[in-house]
Design a protein around this ligand. Structure first.
Ligand code: TYM
Length: 335
């Protein structure tokens, strides 16, 4: 990352809980590479967040490496950005504690993701799941990030990070930058292909509901062909046509075409033609990602070199912020 003072700072993260979905890609990761020239970008594979739900340790290790290779395959260049694995950088856990003491039980109780996840895992409503957004605030605030590119589902967590930053600053004096969400205009919430009222999610039990970015082209096309649509057969973006509107937003992001030109392109054609076109466009678009991912996974030494350098660079920045936070709350200097 070029250390240019005048560039704004971007931070974002993704959990290594399996292959990314098309939602992760369109809502967040596909933007990460594009932001690298204009901003100082810092990206993390947030393995500490992942263990808030039960993980198989062997799989978590594998998924973490894969996620690191995947963000690179999607365009993150570790020479232009800082790209690292969260658990490699101790400052995240350190700042997490400081910020937890400036976060209210009530505000964490209102987090919809906590409510959803506790309903899904009633036998493991652990404290980490509850305080998850505090660690996310620590991720962002440790680097004094100005902007955080995320999908819509993370907006509430980002609001909390802003509140925590403001509260700390007013209690102890200015330290943290209050970050803004950077949410794409189209594709910030990609919906399930089987239930367009629900977000596309890795954990969906129906395999046809979700496109994984490493799916083979024929699998991608088949899933789009099976996508749930509504009863009329006009390709038009409308609130009462959530299935077709979801497919249109995917097609629009992938091809760069706006809704009016998509409507013209499929005027007089049926849903079958449209779904096939979306499937083919997505499959073609993801092919280079799949190829680059395979190339990177075959070179573990290179991956290690990248994530080791990334962690060092991340530590160098964040330890300064954490040292200042320690001073501000009244801890005695250790060295
Ligand atoms: P995670 O791992 O669930 O998702 C990673 C990113 O993908 C976006 N996303 C979607 N966007 C559009 N449509 C969808 N269906 C969809 N599903 C997921 C998410 O909004 C996210 O941007 N808490 C975060 C990880 C995190 C983080 C951070 C993010 C930890 N620390 C600091 C930003 C800054 C999460 O669980 O994302």
């Amino acid at each position: 990352m070029s250390e240019q003072e005048n560039k704004k700072i971007i931070f974002s993260g993704i959990q290594p809980t399996g292959t990314f979905t098309l939602g992760n890609y369109i809502g967040a990761v596909s933007h990460w590479g594009k932001l690298q020239d204009e901003y100082n970008c810092i990206y993390s594979i947030v393995d500490m967040h992942a263990i808030t739900v039960r993980q198989d340790p062997v799989k978590l290790r594998q998924h973490t490496l894969e996620a690191y290779a995947l963000i690179m395959a999607c365009g993150v260049d570790p020479k232009k950005s800082i790209a690292f694995i969260q658990s490699h950088v101790r400052t995240h856990a350190e700042l997490n504690w400081i910020l937890a003491c400036s976060t209210q039980f009530g505000e964490l109780s209102r987090m919809t993701q906590f409510k959803d996840k506790s309903a899904k895992h009633p036998d493991d409503i652990n404290a980490g799941l509850f305080t998850y957004p505090v660690l996310m605030a620590a991720d962002i605030l440790a680097y004094k990030a100005d902007l955080v590119p995320v999908g819509v589902d993370q907006k509430q967590h980002l609001e909390l990070a802003r509140n925590v930053a403001q509260r700390f600053n007013s209690k102890y004096g200015e330290l943290f930058t209050v970050p803004d969400a950077y949410i794409p205009k189209v594709g910030a919430k990609v919906m399930s292909l089987q239930d367009p009222e629900k977000k596309m999610s890795k954990s969906d039990e129906n395999p046809n509901a979700c496109i994984y970015i490493l799916d083979e082209p024929d699998v991608i096309i088949r899933k789009f062909k099976r996508a749930v649509t509504d009863s009329d057969s006009v390709v038009r973006y409308a609130e009462d046509k959530p299935g077709i509107s979801n497919l249109m937003s995917i097609y629009s992001v992938i091809t760069g075409k706006d809704y009016a030109s998509i409507e013209r392109e499929f005027d007089g054609k049926g849903y079958g033609d449209f779904k096939l076109a979306v499937g083919e466009a997505v499959a073609d678009h993801l092919k280079p990602v799949r190829d680059e991912f395979a190339r990177l996974m075959a070179d573990k030494a290179y991956l290690k070199e990248c994530y080791t350098a990334g962690a060092q660079a991340a530590l160098n920045i964040s330890r300064k912020t954490v040292a200042k936070a320690y001073r501000k709350v009244g801890f005695v200097d250790s060295m």
